[in-house]
Ligand binder design. Structure first.
Ligand code: ZN
Length: 150
């Protein structure tokens, strides 16, 4: 008779509980949660009535807890999460600005010359350019300025 088994979650050798048939998980909290999660996932995919009840339950929960209130409450409970998200957004913003700057350089746009010309009074002609060939800023209207008189 085998008295020990290897837990499917933590991998530890454990002693069988005589009251549990075909035991695969030990009694640790995280291992029991893993067992429960596996069972729920299997039920959700294989048992249509379980799936229907689960979806109805989730729908009822969403009605009682509007997502904006839930998210607001979550952010209040987790200031570390909010700070982390803010830092990631800030980093992402700087990466985007840097990518735009590199794109400007790669497109051989001479910004010094452009600004020097734009400060001078006079007539300019705006010539629309092919935006698909420019990856600087797709929201901006891209034109070529040509001095007609100075
Ligand atoms: Zn375990």
């Amino acid at each position: 008779m085998i008295f020990n088994f290897i837990c499917q979650h933590c991998g530890r050798r454990c002693r069988f509980n005589p009251r549990v048939k075909n035991q695969e998980y030990c009694s640790r909290k995280e291992c029991q949660q893993a067992r429960k999660n596996k069972w729920e996932k299997e039920q959700y995919h294989n048992n249509p009535s379980y799936r229907e009840k689960r979806l109805l339950s989730q729908e009822a929960w969403r009605k009682n807890y509007p997502h904006k209130e839930y998210q607001k409450e979550y952010r209040n409970r987790r200031p570390d999460y909010v700070a982390c998200c803010y830092a990631k957004q800030k980093e992402s913003y700087h990466e985007l600005r840097e990518a735009e700057r590199k794109a400007l350089v790669q497109n051989n746009v001479n910004t010094d010359a452009l600004f020097a010309q734009a400060r001078r009074g006079g007539l300019y002609k705006l010539i629309p350019m092919d935006a698909t060939k420019n990856n600087v800023n797709t929201d901006a209207f891209i034109v070529k300025m040509q001095i007609l008189s100075g």
